[in-house]
Design a protein around this ligand. Structure first.
Ligand code: AMP
Length: 345
């Protein structure tokens, strides 16, 4: 999606992706090698004027290595922070951005004590996810069957108070090399089994003060990292607070609807920022709803007959929990949204 947006601006793309059947190969040159393969990174450095990443498990070391030869935007520092939940929390705290109460545990005794201190209702998260593509894990705890560090395959974990949020929101923001900032309206996100199922953009019923508060969090993070590109802050809206959960140093699934729903999509704005051309307008064109195709594809023949249904397929083989594509609807009647919801679930 970055390449599709960038092509129109005259950019050409080269992708490093270990998957031999990477879908990005459809829209640019594909180097099929591990992310830490030095000769592949050298090849990439010779081929491009700028490098970026759109997956937070790319080793920060590889991004640093590339930055010896070409500008890597966003900075590899952002990748490093996003790969370590503790560093991420410390950044939020340094910037006075509120987070869920948490404790750090590096022994089973500390883990038990932390869960008790938090009040039993906790989410235990590994601090790092490693580079095996599994990502960071969330473990819910409800008094019984407490996890051990060995079971979590972790040396250190965060024990977070479970937030009774009203809803989950995301703030997608972009910063250029001169420090200019642009913000998309907050997006409302609904998850199923920890995976994004649908998004509504702009999130309905957001007072100006909430939008401004979310923007102030994003601005503080972007400026503190001297960030160039799109960054997403995942948020919990509670009755009387707006807590930061985590950052994604990249374009975000909750921003996919910006392709049809915004003047300039998150993808185009990321390309604009990293290549050093002026940012585009983040104004919404209407109310956008996006549904992910998870695990299996919907009946496309039927979906494609629906006026206003913008279908995107990623050319990925079906697998449980895998995101295979999405559909976006902008300013369509509620009945059409319901019909699409039925088709995609
Ligand atoms: P994360 O891996 O931090 O992105 O968490 C994935 C999902 O788990 C979030 O989108 C939330 O739905 C849920 N979650 C994570 N942390 C908490 C928390 N402290 N309280 C309640 N839900 C959480």
């Amino acid at each position: 999606m970055l390449a599709l947006a960038g092509y129109r601006l005259g950019e050409r793309f080269c992708f490093l992706d270990p998957a031999p059947d990477a879908s990005a190969a459809l829209v640019g040159r594909h180097i099929a090698a591990e992310y830490d393969d030095r000769s592949a990174l050298d090849d990439m450095a010779r081929s491009v004027n700028f490098a970026t990443y759109e997956f937070e498990n790319v080793p920060a070391e590889s991004a640093r290595y590339l930055s010896n030869f070409v500008p890597v935007r966003p900075t590899p520092d952002a990748l490093e922070v996003a790969q370590n939940r503790l560093e991420e929390k410390r950044l939020f705290e340094k910037l006075s951005i509120p987070v869920a109460r948490y404790e750090v545990a590096s022994t089973d005794e500390e883990l038990g004590a932390a869960i008790a201190n938090i009040g039993g209702d906790a989410v235990v998260k590994t601090v790092t996810g490693g580079y095996d593509g599994k990502g960071q894990e969330t473990h819910e705890v409800s008094g019984r069957g407490r996890p051990s560090l060995a079971a979590l395959d972790a040396d250190v974990v965060l024990v977070e108070k479970r937030v009774r949020f009203e809803r989950e929101l995301s703030m997608i923001a972009v910063r250029d090399q001169h420090g200019n900032l642009a913000f998309y309206p907050l997006v409302e996100n609904r998850h199923q089994d920890g995976i994004l199922r649908m998004s509504i953009a702009p999130a309905p019923g957001v007072p100006a003060a909430l939008q401004e508060l979310a923007q102030s969090y994003a601005a503080a993070i972007l400026d503190s990292l001297a960030y160039i590109g799109v960054l997403t802050v995942e948020l919990f809206e509670t009755k009387d607070d707006l807590l930061a959960n985590e950052i994604a140093p990249r374009v975000h699934n909750s921003g996919h609807s910006s392709i049809e729903g915004s003047d300039c999509s998150q993808f185009e704005n990321h390309v604009r920022a990293i290549t050093g051309v002026p940012l585009g307008s983040t104004a919404p064109k209407g109310s956008a709803v996006m549904f992910n195709f998870l695990s299996k594809l919907p009946n496309l023949a039927e979906l494609l007959t629906i006026p206003g249904a913008h279908v995107h397929l990623y050319d990925k083989a079906p697998r449980p929990g895998r995101k295979l594509g999405h559909v976006t609807l902008v300013d369509v009647p509620p009945g059409v949204i319901e019909k699409v919801r039925e088709l995609v679930t």
